[in-house]
Design a protein around this ligand. Structure first.
Ligand code: PEP
Ligand code: MN
Length: 353
């Protein structure tokens, strides 16, 4: 008993030392922020944040749980941002992993890749892709089961059966499922099977759906991927995110996926890649910014280069459509890349970024 008491006192002292170190770090970072502001430099440097966590993972990853390192450092980094207030036009919500589901913790390792087919088409297709993605180290598998198609004659998705296939294929390989719901009923019926809720471009202004997602995710703070409406401004996208964050879940990621401009009159691009939006959104909010080069270009021959550009501009993550047989895909085949092409992006992140 005496030994336990002695050890507990020692632990209390260690805890107090940890807090003092956090305080010391906070003071130093305040000085850096003040100097940057004085020099008119941008205060937030996402590349440095990522670098800090990466090098700590390298140094301590063997001895400590990687999730602990990421979550601890992210909480410390978030704290200095919150304290200073966000620059820019809109108030800032901060993505935070504290007390959340596993998927939110996993998202702390940036940049992350969300990849998979536009739509689940068959068990064989989903299983084959899941196997290849997992082998590449991808942790987030996307795939639509409820597809928001422009024409009612187009493939509408496999519905609940598609979610089941995707869920099982992802979960048995330790991946998280990212999938879209179009309405409140689909949300309620599938909530527990989805690790990250996707809200599509067409639904960005479905405010009742957004509110419901905000309320439902307030307790578990499940991550939400909110895609930009193709004719929405960045401020409109941020306002849409506030329909969710105001109920308490700030784990919302903003996804740029191209916008419609006059360029579409006579180019091979389905949309105009809104790449500079990455810079803007990052200066306007504390939310992670994801770039979707598949919908942004609509053309597989541009997907890899635009994905790399997005990474170089500081995107926190990418969402990419892949298919084993793009020519036979039931939706968005023209923009689907092969799994081998995705490997090039994964390696770019690992070795070149
Ligand atoms: C999708 O990601 O499957 C999709 C439908 O994209 P968007 O909502 O951006 O058109
Ligand atoms: Mn698609």
């Amino acid at each position: 008993m005496e030994e336990i008491d002695r050890l507990r006192k020692e632990i209390d002292k260690i805890d107090s030392r940890i807090m003092n170190l956090v305080l010391e770090r906070k003071r130093a970072s305040s000085r850096v922020i003040a100097m940057k502001k004085h020099a008119g430099m941008p205060v937030y440097d996402s590349a440095r944040e990522g670098g800090i966590i990466k090098s700590l993972l390298e140094e301590f990853g063997g001895a400590l749980d990687e999730r602990l390192i990421s979550a601890l450092m992210q909480a410390i980094l978030d704290d200095s941002k919150a304290r200073e207030g966000a620059p820019g036009k809109k108030k800032c919500a901060l993505f935070s992993s504290a007390g959340t589901a596993d998927a939110a913790l996993e998202l702390k390792a940036r940049p992350f890749i969300i990849a998979g087919p536009c739509a689940a088409e068959s068990l064989a297709q989903v299983e084959s892709l899941a196997e290849k993605l997992a082998a590449m180290g991808i942790r987030f598998m996307r795939g639509g089961a409820f597809k928001p198609r422009t024409s009612p004659d187009s493939f509408q998705g496999l519905g609940a059966g598609g979610i089941k296939m995707l869920r099982e294929a992802a979960a048995k390989r330790g991946m998280f499922l990212v999938t879209e719901v179009l309405d409140i009923v689909q949300l309620e019926e599938n909530y527990d099977k989805i690790d990250m809720i996707q809200i599509g471009s067409r639904s960005m202004t479905s405010f009742e759906l957004l509110k419901k997602i905000g309320k439902m995710t307030a307790a578990d703070r499940k991550p939400v991927l909110l895609k930009r409406g193709w004719s929405s401004t960045l401020n409109e996208l941020i306002s849409a995110s506030e329909y969710i964050t105001r109920y308490g879940n700030t784990n919302v990621m903003l996804c740029l996926r191209g916008i419609r401009t006059f360029e579409q009159i006579d180019s091979d691009l389905r949309n105009t890649p809104d790449l500079a939006g990455i810079l803007e959104l990052k200066s306007m909010t504390g939310l992670p910014v994801v770039f979707d080069p598949s919908h942004a270009t609509g053309n597989s021959k541009y997907v890899i280069d635009v994905a790399k550009a997005a990474l170089l501009l500081g995107a926190d993550g990418l969402m990419i459509e892949v298919h084993d047989h793009p020519e036979a895909a039931k939706s968005d085949g023209a923009q689907a890349i092969l799994p081998e092409a995705l490997r090039e992006i994964a390696e770019f992140i690992r070795f070149r970024l």
